[in-house]
Design a binder for this molecule. Sequence first.
Ligand SMILES: [Fe+2]
Length: 362
Amino acid sequence: MRLINILDVEVGSKIAKPVYDSKLSLLINKNATLTETLLNKLKQADIRHLYIEDELSKGVILEPLISDEIKLQAFVIMKNIYESQMDKVEKTADTVRESTIRELKDLVDDIITEIYSSNELKYYSTELMGAEMYHYNHAVEVMILSMLIGKKMGLDRERLLKLGMGAVLADIGKSKVPSEILNKKGKLEPAEFEEMKRHVEYSYHILKDLVGLSSLSRQIVLLHHEKLDGSGYPNGFQGDQIPLLVRIATVCDIFSAIVSDRTYNNRISVDTAIEILRSAAPTKLDQDVFGMLLQVVDIYPPGTLVELGNGQYGIVIRSNLNSPTRPILKLISKNEDLNEYKEIDLMEELTLFIKKVIPKLP
Ligand SMILES: [Fe+2]
């Protein structure tokens, strides 16, 4: 299985992961064959990437840490909360039912159980594909990544739950931002950006009266755009004014946003996202947290197409746990039958190195 840009996918391709519409109904199922009509439907729904199964990606297994079923359950709850807030003038909690928050809490708790039972804590960004799903994908991804880092940093189960709840609900206030600003394809005007920034206060107000949501979770919601150097919002807090749990959610929020398809930007590869974060890390982001992020995400996730230093091309099959920049690859030669590929382990071929990630074969 591998991720492919919808502009490069061919009619007749086998779909490897289901795609949903904005109502979370199935648009196209796993193992289906892509027809011209379906492809047009997906493009109309602004689906930009698909997971497919082909000769090139044979043997590439992308096993998500958290199952798609659990993610879909989280999406349904998030969608309910999101929609309960849209078109409501008041920015308060009256329309979010406490039972919904309890349901979400139970689900986050189930995810913690899955995290505890996994031997390997690597997260692949194997999002559910679907129309207008960015907000739900992002919320769930930030929640999972934050809890993985929290666990690595030794947080107990109770604090992990508070971290996960804060992280998943942090952007719920975007339901109050006018959709022409939220979904604008171009750069935001200064006044529009100011309104966008207000989502943290909207989130906070929506949740502040809810019984069952801890003050730590609420703090994450309010402060998840603060930066260590004081350049963040809404308060311009600096250094120790920003609690550790907030710093974890902030790093995961930025990372997840960069590696996702958004209205105004297409996804960027994980290795580039890491470099962008690295350049911001010393002054704006917590370095220890950033170091932990490098331990929980895969720089070259399985299915990534790469160009090697010697000019050859390859597809990543799986990573080497102790050497994230030297995965196991299938070498691709355009003149050979793809079934006759050669598998190499970059830990054994030390003169070879990955030069760059490529979106498709030239
Ligand atoms: Fe946010």
